[in-house]
Design a protein around this ligand. Structure first.
Ligand SMILES: [Zn+2]
Length: 99
């Protein structure tokens, strides 16, 4: 399953750039719909928003479910650490060459 790279929430018109921690779906009588992905920080706010959208009839009625995304987040953090180490090593070599 292909997931968006950042949280679906907008705060004051600005998109949240945090990596998502949960897949949000609505489980209704005729199936399960993925509606968004959300970071840890905006989980409660999004849940509240979705519930009110269900009340207004903008989303199908059903149970709002949060599924934890584990693999994606772990891979991302690991990759960043490796990049950081590599940059540090190059800097070290560069400064040794200078008189
Ligand atoms: Zn967010």
């Amino acid at each position: 399953m292909l997931l968006p790279e950042s949280c679906s929430v907008k705060v004051d018109g600005n998109e949240c750039r945090l990596p998502p921690s949960f897949v949000v779906s609505i489980k209704s009588h005729d199936g399960e719909y993925m509606v968004a992905v959300v970071c840890e920080q905006h989980k409660e706010g999004l849940q509240y928003k979705l519930a009110s959208m269900q009340n207004e009839g903008k989303l199908p009625a059903g149970k709002i479910q949060f599924q934890t995304i584990t693999a994606v987040v772990t891979d991302c953090v690991k990759g960043m650490e490796e990049d950081y180490v590599e940059i540090d090593l190059k800097r070290g070599i560069g400064s040794e060459r200078k008189p």
